[in-house]
Ligand binder design. Structure first.
Ligand code: CA
Length: 229
């Protein structure tokens, strides 16, 4: 079987080496770029299955690189950023990044985020039923079941859940969710989102206070996780 190809675009030597060693030890094939321009050329020559992209690069701004990549590159891109850069993170997610990791991050977290992003690519083929741990969504019937039990959702709750579930593993920003579900005039109405997320959790989550499906990314948005354990 061919190894999954990861392109790392990161200018800090220590972090680059740590990522290389970790990913190789976990059976990924790794390409390394120290600069944005090198990364862009490598991605074009050998399109990877996933890109880890540092936002702070010496030659091109990470955001600009992301926009350029997203004109043709459809596989997952995970942003690596410094902590407390919420606005930059939100911008990156709106520019098409799938997820982000704030430095310093744990290896286990990095690998879990990568698996979730890679899994969402596989799930893109049309399936009439989306199957997750203990939860299924039937796209033809527009029904949701937890174990075998039918869960009654309003149209908005269903649409919101479906949008999150179809982007499994990906962080969706508040503005993106509000714009997509309610329309462009609603991007500042984050209270709508809070109310509907709370309702969904009450109906879906085994423990609504410790959600396992709909995860809060504080100050940024929400992420759907479909597989546990
Ligand atoms: Ca950097």
């Amino acid at each position: 079987m061919n190894k999954t190809q990861i392109l790392i675009i990161e200018d800090e030597p220590a972090l680059r080496t740590m990522l290389e060693i970790t990913l190789q030890a976990n059976n990924y094939a790794v390409q390394l770029a120290k600069k944005g321009k090198d990364g862009l050329i490598m991605a074009e020559n050998h399109p990877p299955d996933l890109i880890l992209l540092d936002l702070g690069l010496p030659d091109i701004r990470g955001q600009e690189l992301l926009v350029q990549l997203r004109t043709w590159f459809t596989n997952p891109i995970i942003i690596i950023s410094v902590q407390k850069e919420e606005e930059e993170i939100i911008k990156a997610l709106d520019n098409g990044a799938n997820d982000y990791l704030s430095k310093p991050f744990r290896t286990g977290e990095l690998l879990a985020r990568m698996r979730a992003s890679l899994r969402s690519v596989v799930a893109e083929d049309y399936q009439p039923v989306l199957q997750f741990s203990g939860l299924s969504i039937n796209l033809e019937e527009r029904t949701v079941r937890r174990e075998e039990e039918l869960i009654r959702l309003t149209t908005t709750e269903y649409n919101l859940l479906l949008l999150l579930a179809k982007n499994e593993g990906k962080v969706l920003t508040h503005a993106f969710l509000l714009r997509t579900i309610w329309g462009p005039g609603f991007i500042n109405q984050s209270q709508y989102l809070r109310v509907f997320i709370a309702q969904l959790r009450k109906k879906l989550e085994p423990d609504p206070n410790n959600p396992s499906y709909i995860i809060t990314e504080s100050g940024v948005g929400y992420r759907f996780l479909g597989m546990f354990g």
